[in-house]
Design a binder for this molecule. Structure first.
Ligand SMILES: [Zn+2]
Length: 639
């Protein structure tokens, strides 16, 4: 949505009032450690928590992926929203009055803000209307829920299930004529539609069981409507609206998140009633996809609440052919091959869905199915070998080809190695002497692609003449990035070191090579009192309030972490090491440059040139070795 520019006072007040612990802990599980909190980083995959939240500084920082910043940055990254959107959201939550830079835009802004609020309100009113209708006017609906779905009164209440009466304008009349909601608002909420010819409006949901869909904070954002008989479609969902985006919503996540975090695993079922039935019998770490393939967004949302990233997909076995599975698994396949999610597949025997299954079985039986659910990769292997006779040459051939194809997808090395032996065992048909041969066969068949990838990756290294110069380009870049960040960090937090840093940079004529570092350095240089300002950080932040993009990239530097603090005593050495690291990059470029000139010069035709290039690159090489000595301790250890 379009948002006019916000007044810096508004931004400032939001920063003051929004508490980072409150906001972050809504999204990930935080534990107290010392005076800070730690949890699993939502921005990279990890098994032990390196994501730290400091309430006193109102900052977060991840030691794993080096992201960090304040509460606004956190929500921007997590929800992929713009700076202004996040500020507005927080403003609303913490009751900060919003001022925009241009007064005439204020009205427009308030209109948009209030649109969402009004949508929540009208949807909540509709929810109550449907609930009332279920209790007072719909025997057949109640009957359906109680006998066919076997739902108890308390479950119906907990999920806020209701009934949309059969008339064409029942809800319309209630909301627009009785409650006086603007007709456009009710339309925007996806509850009514304009008639094509006659004019006027009609209800979207008629004679249906109404299942409200809540967001993670428990607000009604849409409805799923189930027809009572055989009318098609069986399920009708609200259209997407300002507050409801299908691919970002999981049914019952608001009710499941505590249990997901407690059991450290999440179950995803297909239908609303599957989720409801499971919750009703006390299996509450369950959410439902809304009939679509799982999107990355949905999976990330649910995985945020688990530490071991265990996700169990329960989809109907009757359509669990490979295609249906691929479809349901959607965008998570990649995560699973990379080993970033422990994906398990649960197919209920006899092609039943969870709801049907529970009518005939005990909750304990379903729990047993969950426990026994195979990992997705094993499940795929099982499907490949089922109904095959591996003693037949053609079957054997086809199976091993399919297994090879599957293993080529696995990008995590450990996982792939594990499955290579697993498959080799299957293909050995119980003859232990054959296993190592099969392993070798499989590896060769998987190898070509891996080999070529590794080779191309190594090329830049292979060209390097001198061993001690070689390091992967990506490492070098991140080391340099860290060195630069470190210098800026020290500059911001240790005023007594500022002069030394400025001098060291000037003396060697060094520039920051990353553009966001250059940007920050430029901002610091532009502040006249930058060298002595005790509040340099807030001065820089105030100065750059408009440069959201660049600031987002350097925000983590404004946070002073414990590890760095312990190094305070060694700051002169740290500065020296960081400078050496920056200088090294410059020197290395020159070294390569002269080396190349030397190699391409014909010593007999141009002996003098050849000699001078030789001296130049040799000199650079000596300098590089000296710089390496200066880097007495590893900067990576420090960060
Ligand atoms: Zn991280």
């Amino acid at each position: 949505m379009y948002i006019p520019r916000l007044h810096p006072d508004t931004i400032e007040e939001v920063k003051q009032r929004a508490d980072i612990y409150d906001v972050v802990s809504e999204h990930i599980v935080l534990r107290k450690r010392g005076k800070d909190y730690v949890g699993l980083c939502p921005f990279h995959s990890e098994k032990s928590p390196s994501f730290t939240v400091s309430q006193t500084k109102q900052m977060y920082h991840c030691f794993g992926c080096q992201t960090g910043g304040n509460v606004i940055k956190f929500l921007m990254d997590l929800e992929k929203r713009s700076f202004s959107e996040v500020v507005l959201d927080l403003a609303r939550r913490y009751q900060v009055s919003v001022t925009t830079l241009e007064p005439e835009q204020r009205q427009e802004l308030q209109r948009q803000l209030s649109l969402r609020e009004q949508l929540y309100e009208v949807l909540a009113t509709a929810e109550r209307f449907y609930q009332h209708a279920l209790k007072h006017s719909a025997d057949n609906a109640l009957q359906y829920l109680q006998s066919q779905r076997q739902l108890r009164e308390e479950t119906i209440q907990m999920f806020g299930i209701g009934y949309a009466p059969a008339g064409w304008e029942t809800l319309y009349r209630y909301l627009v004529e009785d409650k006086r909601y603007p007709v456009q608002l009710v339309e925007k909420a996806g509850l009514i539609k304009p008639r094509k010819e006659a004019g006027g409006y009609y209800d979207v949901f008629r004679d249906r069981i109404m299942i409200p869909i809540h967001d993670v904070l428990g607000r009604v954002i849409a409805f799923g409507g189930r027809s009572l008989g055989d009318e098609q479609p069986k399920y009708l969902n609200s259209p997407e609206t300002e507050v409801f985006i299908k691919g970002k919503t999981l049914f019952a996540l608001d009710k499941a998140k505590a249990a997901i975090s407690q059991s450290d695993s999440a179950v995803v079922v297909e239908g609303y009633f599957d989720a409801i039935a499971l919750h009703a019998v006390g299996i509450t770490n369950v959410v439902a996809s809304l009939g679509t393939a799982l999107s990355l967004e949905q999976v990330r949302q649910v995985l945020r609440y688990t530490e071991s990233k265990q996700l169990i997909l329960n989809f109907d076995a009757d359509k669990a052919g490979n295609i249906a599975a691929e479809r349901a698994i959607g965008e998570i396949a990649d995560l699973a091959y990379k080993g970033e999610v422990q994906l398990k597949i649960l197919n209920i025997p006899d092609g039943k869905d969870a709801d049907e299954y529970l009518h005939a079985h005990q909750p304990e039986d379903y729990r047993q199915l969950l426990t026994n659910a195979p990992l997705w990769l094993n499940w795929q292997i099982q499907r490949i070998i089922q109904d095959r006779d591996l003693k037949q040459a053609t079957d054997f051939q086809q199976v091993s080809q399919q297994l090879v194809k599957l293993m080529k997808n696995i990008t995590n090395n450990d996982t792939r190695n594990y499955y290579v032996s697993y498959c080799a065992e299957i293909l050995s048909l119980g003859d232990a002497r054959l296993i190592s041969l099969r392993v070798e066969n499989l590896l060769t068949q998987i190898a070509p692609e891996r080999g070529s990838r590794e080779k191309s990756y190594q090329t830049p290294l292979a060209k390097t003449k001198s061993d001690h110069l070689s390091s992967a380009p990506t490492n070098k870049r991140s080391l340099l990035e860290q060195a630069e960040a470190l210098l800026l960090w020290i500059y911001l937090h240790f005023p007594e070191q500022r002069q030394a840093i400025t001098e060291a940079l000037e003396e060697r004529d060094l520039q920051f090579s990353l553009s966001h570092h250059r940007f920050l350095w430029q901002q610091i240089l532009e502040i006249p009192s930058g060298g002595i300002d005790d509040n340099l950080i807030s001065t820089v932040q105030d100065k750059c309030v408009e440069s959201e993009e660049e600031m987002a990239l350097v925000l983590h530097l404004f946070h002073l972490n414990e590890k760095i603090k312990q190094e305070t005593l060694r700051t002169p050495q740290v500065i020296q090491a960081a400078i050496a690291c920056m200088e090294r990059v410059l020197r290395e470029k020159r070294y390569r440059h002269f080396l190349e000139l030397w190699e391409t010069t014909d010593p007999e035709a141009e002996p003098q040139q050849w000699q001078s290039y030789y001296e130049a690159f040799y000199n650079e090489k000596m300098q590089l070795q000296e710089l390496d000595r200066l880097r007495l301790f590893s900067i990576t250890d420090l960060l």
